[in-house]
Ligand binder design. Structure first.
Ligand SMILES: [Zn+2]
Length: 283
């Protein structure tokens, strides 16, 4: 658990210089309370231990199994796309996003929850395979905390764009916006956007990988029905901009861990609000 340190020196979460754990401010960058009340070292340890891809995969599988259990006899069975699909009601209760929940029901926080929900075995299988392909490498390039920030904000951007498009844009060819949208591909496109940004400022190898993943994803998105290309577009833009803001060529700092923890807590809070208000919606 989080152990508190009261003596010696720690690393400043803002600039990385050594500071006394009880110092009021950092001599190098001026940050107040650089020792985080003595919890800085424990936080660093925790950040170093957490692995991005297994955490996201585990959370997605647990959420999917829970939505399946809640669906009871309404689980989808027919066809490749609806095999083991939770019922639409349950997906809305748990926080599916899109123009219907966001604009008709006022459930704006679903932009945080939808990326952790999946509509069937094939859907979650494809996304988790993709996560497993890209997650570990991106986590190594950006650091696990910054990867989590990019992942969550990429998802928020993707589902915001998709919901806006569903509400205000008429259906364009190939870009059909759904009333209801969910799945990890929006935040995964955030990772692709970040990798593409990294490729522009850092390594050309990363750019090649990002470009080839992007081309595959775009072809896939245009060929396979029911793919939410607006969410992919928004996710990519969100990931690109977040990466530009975080500057992946600098080292990951303790502050990134705090931001990542706040975003994860906001996501958990959004799930609680979704389920509590969603259940009364269904009555
Ligand atoms: Zn400092």
């Amino acid at each position: 658990m989080l152990k508190r340190r009261t003596t010696g020196s720690v690393v400043c979460p803002s600039c990385g210089s050594l500071v006394g754990v009880r110092d009021r401010s950092c001599y190098t960058c001026g940050r107040a309370n650089p020792g985080l009340w003595g919890f800085g070292p424990a936080l660093r340890q925790f950040a170093g231990d957490f692995a991005f891809a297994p955490l996201v995969l585990g959370a997605c599988v647990v959420v999917w199994l829970t939505t399946l259990l809640m669906s009871g006899s309404a689980i989808g069975r027919g066809g490749l796309f609806s095999m083991l699909q939770p019922s639409t009601d349950v997906m809305i209760v748990f926080g599916a996003s899109g123009s219907f929940p966001v604009f008709r029901l006022g459930r704006w926080w679903t932009v945080l929850t939808a990326g952790w929900l999946h509509a069937g075995l094939l859907h979650i299988g494809m996304n988790m395979y993709w996560l497993w392909q890209m997650g570990p490498a991106i986590s190594e390039l950006f650091g696990p905390a910054r990867t989590m920030i990019i992942y969550i904000l990429g998802g928020v951007a993707g589902f915001t764009v998709s919901s806006l498009a569903g509400a205000y844009l008429p259906d364009l060819p190939f870009l059909q916006a759904g009333q209801l949208t969910l799945g990890a591909s929006a935040p995964l496109f955030g990772l692709i956007g970040a990798l593409y940004h990294y490729g522009r400022v850092g390594s050309s190898a990363a750019r090649h990988v990002a470009t080839s993943v992007m081309i595959q994803a775009v072809i896939f998105g245009l060929l396979v029905p029911r793919i939410d290309n607006y969410a992919h577009l928004g996710g990519f833009a969100g990931g690109y901009l977040t990466s530009a803001f975080l500057d992946p060529l600098t080292r990951e700092r303790g502050d990134h861990m705090i931001v990542a923890a706040v975003l994860v807590a906001a996501t958990v809070a959004a799930f609680i609000v979704s389920i509590v208000t969603g259940i009364s919606l269904m009555r």
